[in-house]
Design a binder for this molecule. Sequence first.
Ligand code: PXG
Length: 444
Amino acid sequence: MAELNSLAGLSPAELEAHWMPFTGNRHFKSDPRLFVAAEGMHYTTADGRSVLDAFSGLWCSNLGHGRKEIADAVSSQLTGLDYSPAFQFGHPTAFKLAKRLADMAPGDLNRVFFCNSGSEAADTALKIARAYWRAKGRPEKIRLVGRAQGYHGVNFGGISVGGMVGNRKTFGPALDVDHLPHTLLPENAFSRGLPEHGGEAMANRLLDIINLQGAENIAAVMVEPFAGSAGVILPPKGYLKKLRELCSAHDILLIFDEVITGFGRTGSAFAAQEFEVQPDIITTAKGITNGAIPMGAVFASEDIYATFMQGPEHIPELAHGYTYSAHPVACAAAMATLDIYENEKLFDRVNEMAPYFEEALHSLKGVAHVVDIRNYGLAGAIQLQPRDGEPGRRAMEVVLEAYRRGILLRWTGDTIAVAPPFIIERNQITQIAETLRDILQDTQ
Ligand code: PXG
């Protein structure tokens, strides 16, 4: 009976039927971890335990869970206008949301293209970048530049530009992309906030790629302002500014993938604002609807949009879009989400809590296995020494033990990532750090 309970009544056949994403299916199904409810900062597991969400689901539930305002908005949208064709017809909430997002975005990134996920946002942005140069009469500018350890989702453009080799190598030929080196430098270990060393030098590596391929062939550079999935790899001071400078000097579009950094994670609406660097395109998803309904959005500059607005007016200027682009229900969820960010001043709250979060994470310096700690805003990572011959195992064990002790974290390689909802309280931050300290001390 107890076992049935902890499986939420699922039969073995039901457990088997679901091919889970980015999960060791056999490992998971031998000891499932099931959530059956969520409210505020906590999940409830199938065996009735309360688990503190220290990862905002998967970097998306920035407002915490069970927000009634979002549920109400979704519900009334569903009964009012459940679906409206995405092509050739529109519905008002899409336009209202786009304007509201444009007002939040840095500089003149005023044109918003909707999709349903971060992966779709990435591929949309890459296609816009290539089509932009073609529309400008420079069709040879098609090459794309990414960065080692970058993550831009799982579609073909994203895995090509992305620099997580494990996500690409089993899928055959990807696009032919050049990659900048990542910015995780040993001399920056245990930096608080942006690291001091290597910013300009790492950005200047773009010159090697330009020399190799010719700027006249390069459409865009795509990076995350800080790399999230790879374990919160921060840009050293000056790095993003230098990248911007080089891209501008060589007529290369700069795309920021803000799927994680967008909507307040850094303490500003977008990392572009926080780091004072203006990209040409921003991709977003996740926090745009608090994770409650799938949605992504790509922000393009006035120049990019204007460049497309030529040719016969009845012909689509961009041959791209999804059945569920600007889905009415997602738009309603996003509007309600933006209301909450605003009404509860939650980006300010990130700034308020960030120093405390930083202090708590860095208090783990010197604890067994810890070789680096990184943080910015309400994002942090604790990197462990891998166990000999078993890379990734130690961090996995720590995260699974944390789950048993009532805290949801995430591991990537041997790094433990922390990214709590913005409503987290100080005592909960302390609870995360102290639980990790205890577990690390007990871990082989
Ligand atoms: N770009 C970035 C920067 C991301 O972080 C995506 C694109 C893809 O988004 P979708 O919605 O297609 O999954 C992401 C997703 C982790 C983790 O553990 C990170 C992501 C997803 C799941 C887990 O850090 N990022």
